[in-house]
Design a protein around this ligand. Structure first.
Ligand SMILES: [Zn+2]
Length: 265
């Protein structure tokens, strides 16, 4: 009888990383939460803003570990924040289902089940990342797991109900701080930015960050992206807290926008 041999990969198990999240205090109200063991492509920034009447959580990470249970220690308060999603990509809305309030633009598929993967090839097929780009990526987009039993192959986004649909011009009032909603489509149809005019801060999501910008995903729209970028050119802010990578000033914002809008050489 012929023995059928299947070639299996015997990769070493991933290390267990605890704690999963790291927090960086930006000022007395704003804390950055991130996931250091996630590949930079999916390592998104989660911004917690402490307000007088409400706290806000801008995006929620990948959802590999429970953000809601880790959050009090990370941000120093047990008060449950209102979640605002800049858009519904997996690295931004993974833990949104854990929270009572979830606000997002209604052009984003927040309530859609079964999206997302930590396996690069599978994710590329789902979101339309070009083969050229995925060639540079490792097969798995996490370098650790939050506990020894975590199975990276089963990762999927949990659908989340949007409790308030956000639109251009909406105001989010925290009592001592108001954030203005900017609808900035292009990266995704319902991408939003949040503009704190008084403090001259822009929370930009994936519309602009200090790295290669993605405008060829499923749902991306280059023409819309360009007009969103033209809007950002007209903005005068002191700091941009982006969806990925480090924060930057208004001059760097204009450089990044100019670079995007320049025709390729
Ligand atoms: Zn995105």
């Amino acid at each position: 009888m012929n023995e059928i041999r299947r070639v299996t990969t015997t990769a070493a198990p991933l290390p267990v990383a605890t704690p999963w999240f790291t927090a960086t205090r930006i000022d007395e109200a704003i804390t950055l939460v991130t996931e250091p063991h996630v590949h930079p492509l999916l390592r998104a920034n989660t911004w917690h803003i402490r307000g007088r009447d409400h706290d806000l959580l801008i995006d929620t990470g990948l959802g590999v570990a429970s953000l809601r249970s880790a959050l009090p220690e990370l941000v120093g308060t047990h008060r449950e924040p209102v979640v605002v999603l800049t858009h519904a990509h997996l690295d931004h809305m993974g833990s949104a289902h854990e929270f009572t309030q979830c606000w997002a633009h209604d052009a984003e598929p927040v309530a859609e089940a079964g999206r997302g993967s930590l396996v690069t090839d599978e994710l590329a097929g789902m979101v339309g990342m070009s083969a050229l780009y995925t060639d540079d990526l490792p097969p798995l987009l996490v370098g650790a797991v939050p506990d020894a039993d975590y199975d990276t192959s089963t990762y999927r986004l949990l659908p989340t109900a949007v409790t308030r649909a956000l639109a251009e011009g909406d105001e989010i009032d925290l009592g001592d701080r108001v954030l203005h909603v900017l609808h900035l489509p292009g990266h995704s149809p319902g991408s939003i930015g949040l503009h704190d005019r008084e403090n001259r801060i822009l929370f930009s999501g994936d519309v602009v960050y200090d790295e290669f910008l993605l405008d060829d995903l499923l749902g991306s729209d280059v023409a819309a992206y360009r007009s969103s970028m033209h809007r950002l050119l007209g903005m005068d802010v002191d700091v941009v807290h982006a969806g990925h990578e480090g924060s930057f000033d208004g001059a760097r914002l204009h450089e990044l926008v100019d670079a995007y809008l320049s025709p390729p050489r």
